[in-house]
Ligand binder design. Structure first.
Ligand code: FAS
Ligand code: PHB
Length: 393
C-alpha cells in the first residue's frame, strides 16, 4: 500500500521553477511538497544561466532570497554584438532605463534551497516512477517511489516544474496537447575558467567560423561559449582548441585582452526552441522548461521560468483566497509572453550563428541586420527591451 502524504500543492521538480514556486507559496502560507529525481548537491552543481532580468531580480526580492544576489551580483547596463570583428554596444540603460544582473543560476538555486530548508520544506529527493494522477478530479494525486517505498501525495494542485525531460507535460492527454519545436543545427560548448573576463560586459560574436559568447560569473571567473557541431562531445574540444576558436571568433580587439587558463567545467548543450500547449490540464499546471525551451542566445531560459512562476504563484494564492479566475486563465495569459520570448531568442540565434545551409545571400542578410541594428536606435531599442525583459503581462 505504501505511504500517503497530504499537501495543498505538490511540486514536481526542485530546479529554479519548483524552488521559487515553493518559496513564494510558502511565504503566503500555502503548503507544498517538492519532489526531485536528483538530490540537492546534484541540482546545485548544474552550471546553466548567468543573466537575470530585472523582473527575475524583483521575484527573488519578493521571495526574500536576494541579499547575496545584491552583494555578489554584477549589474550590467549594456552588452556588445560583434560581427567579424566589428562591435556595436547595445546600451540597455540608455535605451530602456533598465539593466540586467549577472549572477549564476547555480547561486540562485543555492539561495532558494537554503531558504526552503530554513522554512522546513518537505522534500523527496532521488524519486522515481513519478506519476501525476486523477488530474480532472477534486482529489488529484502524485504517486512515486523513494527509498524502496511507494508514496502517494494527496493534494489540491500539481505544479509540473520538472524541466524538458520531466513527466508532467506528458500527463496531459496526447490528443489535447500540441508541441512546437525547432532544433538548431549546432550546440554550445561552454567552459568555466578562473581568469578575469575578457571584457567588463558580455560580447555576443558572429564570425565566419561560428558564434562565440564571452560572459562571466565574477571579476575573477569567466564563462565562455563557442558554437559547435551538434554531434560534438567534450572530448573533441581540448582547451587549446577552445581558446583558438574563441579568440578568433571574438575578434582582434578582444583577443588582445584575453587571459586564458585551464577550464574546470566543460559541457555541451544542444539548442532548440520548444513550446508545449496548453500549460494546464485540470489540477496540473506547467512552469519553466517543463513547458518551453529557448536557445540560450537571448539569456531567457531561467528568466522565462521565473516569469511563469510569478504568474502561477499569484494564481494559486488568488485561488486559496477565493478567486479562481487567474488560475483558469493561466495558460492562455502566460503563453502570450512565452511566444514573444521564443521569438526574440530565435531571432538573436538566427542573427548570431553560422548555419551550415546558409549561402552567400543569407550571410549578407545577417550582416545587413547587424549593420541596421548598429545604425538604428529603434532597432537597438527593440533588442534592448527584449533583453532586459518584457512586461509580465
Ligand atoms: P530545470 O530543468 O532546471 O529543473 C527541473 C528539475 O526537475 C530538475 O532538478 C530535474 O532533476 C527534475 N526532474 C526532472 N524529471 C523529474 C521527474 N520525473 N520527477 C521529479 N523530478 C524531475 N538558460 C539561460 O537563460 N542561459 C543559459 O546559459 C542557459 N544554459 C543552459 C544550459 C543547459 C545545459 C541547459 C539544460 C539549460 C540552460 N539554460 C539556460 C536554461 C535553464 O537555465 C533553464 O531555463 C532552467 O534551468 C529552467 O528551470 P526549471 O524550469 O526549474 O527546469
Ligand atoms: C551565461 O553567462 O551563462 C550566459 C549569459 C548570456 C547568455 C547565455 C549564457 O545569453
Amino acid at each position: 500500500m505504501g505511504l500517503t502524504h497530504q499537501t495543498q500543492v505538490c511540486i514536481i521538480g526542485a530546479g529554479p521553477s519548483g524552488l521559487l514556486l515553493a518559496q513564494l507559496l510558502g511565504l503566503a502560507g500555502i503548503e507544498t511538497i517538492v519532489l526531485d529525481r536528483k538530490d540537492r548537491a546534484y541540482i546545485e552543481g548544474r552550471v546553466r544561466a548567468g543573466v537575470l532580468e530585472r523582473g527575475t531580480v524583483d521575484a527573488l526580492e519578493e521571495a526574500g532570497v536576494a541579499d547575496r544576489l545584491h552583494r555578489e551580483g554584477l549589474p550590467h547596463t549594456g552588452f556588445d554584438l560583434a560581427f567579424s570583428g566589428d562591435r556595436h554596444r547595445i546600451d540597455l540603460q540608455g535605451l530602456t532605463g533598465s539593466s540586467v544582473m549577472v549572477y549564476g543560476q547555480t547561486e540562485v538555486t543555492k539561495d532558494l534551497f537554503r531558504a526552503r530548508h530554513d522554512a522546513g520544506q518537505r522534500f523527496f529527493f532521488n524519486v522515481d516512477q513519478v506519476v501525476p494522477k486523477h488530474l480532472k478530479t477534486a482529489q488529484p494525486q502524485v504517486q512515486f517511489q523513494c527509498d524502496g517505498q511507494i508514496h502517494t501525495i494527496d493534494c489540491k494542485f500539481i505544479a509540473g516544474c520538472d524541466g524538458f525531460h520531466g513527466v508532467s507535460r506528458n500527463a496531459i492527454p496526447q490528443n489535447l496537447r500540441q508541441a512546437f519545436e525547432r532544433v538548431y543545427p549546432f550546440g554550445w560548448l561552454g567552459i568555466l575558467v578562473d581568469a578575469p573576463p575578457v571584457s567588463d560586459e558580455l560580447i555576443y560574436a558572429n564570425h565566419e567560423d561560428g558564434f562565440a559568447l564571452a560572459s562571466m560569473r565574477s571579476p575573477t571567473r569567466s564563462r565562455y561559449y563557442v558554437q559547435c557541431d551538434p554531434g560534438d562531445t567534450v572530448a573533441d574540444w581540448s582547451d587549446d582548441r577552445f581558446w583558438n576558436a574563441f579568440a578568433t571568433r571574438l575578434g582582434e580587439q578582444a583577443a588582445g585582452q584575453l587571459q586564458t587558463g585551464p577550464s574546470f567545467e566543460k559541457s555541451i548543450a544542444p539548442l532548440r526552441s520548444f513550446v508545449a500547449e496548453p500549460m494546464q490540464y485540470g489540477a496540473l499546471f506547467l512552469a519553466g522548461d517543463a513547458a518551453h525551451i529557448v536557445p540560450p542566445t537571448g539569456a531567457k531560459g531561467l528568466n522565462l521560468a521565473v516569469a511563469d512562476v510569478r504568474q502561477l504563484s499569484r494564481a494559486f494564492i488568488a485561488h486559496f483566497k477565493g478567486n479562481d479566475d487567474p488560475l483558469q486563465t493561466y495558460s492562455q495569459r502566460v503563453l502570450k509572453r512565452v511566444w514573444k520570448v521564443e521569438r526574440f531568442s530565435w531571432q538573436l540565434s538566427t542573427l548570431m550563428h553560422q548555419f551550415p545551409d546558409y549561402g552567400p545571400f543569407e550571410r549578407r542578410m545577417q550582416r545587413a541586420e547587424f549593420d541596421y541594428i548598429a545604425s538604428s536606435e529603434a532597432a537597438s531599442t527593440a533588442i534592448a527591451e527584449n533583453y532586459v525583459g518584457l512586461p509580465l503581462e
